[in-house]
Design a protein around this ligand. Structure first.
Ligand code: NAG
Ligand code: NAG
Ligand code: NAG
Ligand code: NAG
Ligand code: NAG
Ligand code: NAG
Ligand code: NAG
Ligand code: NAG
Ligand code: NAG
Ligand code: NAG
Ligand code: NAG
Ligand code: NAG
Length: 359
C-alpha cells in the first residue's frame, strides 16, 4: 500500500482472523453438526472429554468404536444423552467399556434391552420384556429370529427413599453389568425414565449418563460447585454451574461464566446466516455484527453499513467478508472497522485500492 490510498476499492473475499481470546483455546472443537457442547466435552483429541464425530453428516458418538452406535444426542450441565437405534448386533461387552469411564457412567433410570441371552439366565434384574421389543424393530435392527427370541429386559430396581443417601445407587452397577454380559451378548436398546418431567416420561431408545470431573472443586467465581459421588465412592469429583444471571460452562479451566446477555437477547441469525457465540446481530452480543433486517437481511462488520464490508460467513476461525466493488468505499474508515480487538485481516488478503496520490 504505497502512497495515500483513499478508497478500498474491491476485493471479492476477505478473511478476518479471529483473535484466540474470542473463541478460547482453539485446540478443542466444540461442535459436531447441529450439536454444540461445552467444556469439558468436545470432538477433537485436545478436548478434556473427547467424543467422536463424523463431521460429514454431523453424527456424534461415544467411545472408541463408532460401529457400536452409541450416538450422542445432547450434553447438558449434568448428563449425556445417548440415542441407541435398536440393534441386535451391538455387543454388550464392548458397549460397557464405552459407557463406564472415569468421567461418566449410566444412571439407574436406564432400563436395558439385551439379546442372545443364555436360556435360564440368572443375572440380576433380568426379566421378559412387558412389550416385546420386536414391536419397534425395523429391518435394520439385525435381529434374527434367534436373537429376537432371546431378548430380555433389565430394569434396575429404583432406590427406595431410604436408599437415597446411598448415592452410588444412582448408577448401574458395573460388576453386575459385566456378569450380565456373560449371559447376554447383545445390547439392543435402552429406555430411560425422566423423573424430572412434569409426568414421569419414558424416553424410548435413550440412555442417560451422568458426568463429572475428578478432583476438588475448580469452578469459576460466578459458579456453584456440585460435589458428585461417583460409582467409585472413594473419588472426589465435581461439576460447575453458573449462577443465575450468568451463562457458560462454569469451569475455572473452561470458559467460566459470563454475564447473561440480558435474557438471552443476542440474536444469532441474520437472513440465511446463523452464527455462534461470541458473534451475533444485536447489541447484547459479545461480538456484535450489523444486520439490516433479521428476517432477510444483509450482515456487515463495523459500525457503518454503507462501507459495504458484508459478512459472508463466520467459521470457527475466521470471519469471511465479501466486498462488492465500490470506488467510494473509504479506506481509512474501513481500516477502523477491519482491525478490532477481536478480529483482524489475515496476511493472505490482497487489497485493491483506488484514488491513490500520484507516485
Ligand atoms: C491450549 O490447551 C492445551 C491443552 O490444554 C495447552 O497445552 C495449550 O498451552 C493451550 N494453548 C493456549 C494458547 O492457551
Ligand atoms: C454418517 O456418515 C457415515 C459415513 O460417512 C455413515 O456410515 C453413517 O451411517 C452416517 N450416519 C447417519 C446417521 O447418516
Ligand atoms: C439439549 O439440552 C439443552 C439444555 O438442557 C436444551 O436446552 C436443548 O433443547 C437440548 N437439545 C436437544 C436437541 O434436545
Ligand atoms: C448394528 O451393530 C453392528 C455391530 O456393532 C454394526 O456393524 C451395524 O452397522 C449396526 N447396524 C445399524 C443399522 O446401526
Ligand atoms: C418368559 O417368556 C418365556 C416364553 O415366552 C416363558 O417360557 C418364560 O417362562 C417367561 N419367563 C418369565 C420369568 O416370565
Ligand atoms: C422390511 O422387510 C419386509 C420384508 O422383507 C418389507 O416388506 C418391509 O417393507 C420392510 N420394511 C422397511 C421399513 O423397510
Ligand atoms: C455391585 O454389585 C456387586 C455384586 O452384586 C456388589 O458386591 C457391589 O457392592 C455392588 N457395588 C455397588 C457400588 O453397589
Ligand atoms: C467381556 O470383556 C471382558 C474384558 O473386558 C472379558 O474378560 C470377558 O471375557 C468378556 N466376556 C465376553 C462374554 O465376551
Ligand atoms: C447456587 O447456590 C446458591 C446458594 O446456595 C443458590 O441459591 C442458587 O440457586 C444456586 N444456583 C444454581 C444455578 O444452582
Ligand atoms: C427480555 O428483555 C426485553 C428487553 O430488555 C424485555 O422486554 C423482555 O420482557 C425480557 N424477557 C424476559 C423473558 O425476561
Ligand atoms: C426482503 O426480501 C424481499 C424479497 O427478496 C424483498 O422484496 C424485500 O425488499 C427485502 N426487505 C428488505 C428490508 O430488504
Ligand atoms: C459457512 O461456514 C460453515 C463452517 O465452515 C460451512 O459449513 C458453511 O457451508 C458455510 N456457509 C456458506 C454459505 O458458505
Amino acid at each position: 500500500m504505497r502512497g495515500l490510498a483513499a478508497a478500498l476499492l474491491l476485493l471479492p473475499w476477505m478473511l478476518l482472523l479471529l483473535h484466540a481470546a474470542a473463541v478460547g483455546n482453539g485446540s478443542c472443537a466444540r461442535s459436531c453438526g447441529a450439536l454444540t457442547v461445552q467444556y469439558p466435552f468436545g470432538f477433537s483429541p485436545g478436548c478434556e472429554i473427547p467424543l467422536g464425530c463424523d463431521q460429514a453428516n454431523g453424527t456424534a458418538w461415544l467411545g472408541g468404536a463408532r460401529e457400536l452406535g452409541l450416538l450422542v444426542s445432547n450434553v447438558t450441565a449434568r448428563a449425556l444423552f445417548l440415542a441407541l437405534r435398536p440393534n441386535c448386533s451391538r455387543r454388550l461387552n464392548a458397549s460397557l467399556e464405552a459407557l463406564f469411564t472415569k468421567t461418566y457412567a449410566p444412571g439407574r433410570q436406564n432400563a436395558l434391552v439385551v439379546s442372545s441371552c443364555r436360556p435360564a439366565s440368572l443375572a440380576a434384574d433380568i426379566s421378559n420384556c412387558s412389550v416385546h421389543p420386536s414391536a419397534y424393530f425395523d429391518n435394520s435392527s439385525q435381529c434374527g429370529r434367534g436373537a429376537a427370541d432371546s431378548i430380555h429386559c433389565v430394569v434396575p430396581t429404583q432406590p427406595t427413599s431410604d436408599d437415597n443417601i446411598r448415592v452410588p445407587d444412582r448408577f448401574l452397577n458395573r460388576t453386575e453389568m459385566q456378569t450380565l454380559a456373560a449371559e447376554c451378548t447383545g445390547l439392543v436398546a435402552a429406555v430411560s425414565y425422566d423423573w424430572d418431567a412434569p409426568a414421569p416420561a419414558l424416553l424410548l431408545s435413550t440412555m442417560e449418563l451422568e458426568w463429572w470431573m475428578l478432583g476438588p472443586c475448580r469452578c469459576s467465581r460466578q459458579a456453584n460447585c456440585t460435589r458428585v459421588t461417583t460409582p467409585d465412592a472413594r473419588q472426589e469429583a465435581f461439576r460447575c454451574e453458573c449462577r443465575v444471571g450468568f451463562e457458560g460452562d462454569g469451569f475455572a479451566e473452561g470458559a467460566g461464566c459470563r454475564k447473561d446477555a440480558g435474557n438471552g437477547s443476542c440474536a444469532r441469525s441474520c437472513g440465511g446466516l446463523t452464527v455462534q457465540y461470541p458473534f451475533g446481530f444485536s447489541p447484547g452480543c459479545e461480538i456484535p455484527l450489523g444486520c439490516d433486517d433479521q428476517a432477510n437481511g444483509t450482515a456487515w462488520v463495523g459500525g457503518a453499513r454503507e462501507l459495504g464490508l458484508l459478512v459472508h460467513n463466520v467459521t470457527a476461525r475466521a470471519v469471511v467478508l465479501s466486498l462488492p466493488q465500490d470506488c467510494s468505499r473509504r479506506l481509512n474508515a474501513s481500516i477502523q472497522a477491519l482491525f478490532s480487538k477481536s478480529y483482524a485481516p489475515g496476511s493472505q488478503n490482497a487489497l485493491v485500492v483506488s484514488a491513490c496520490s500520484p507516485a
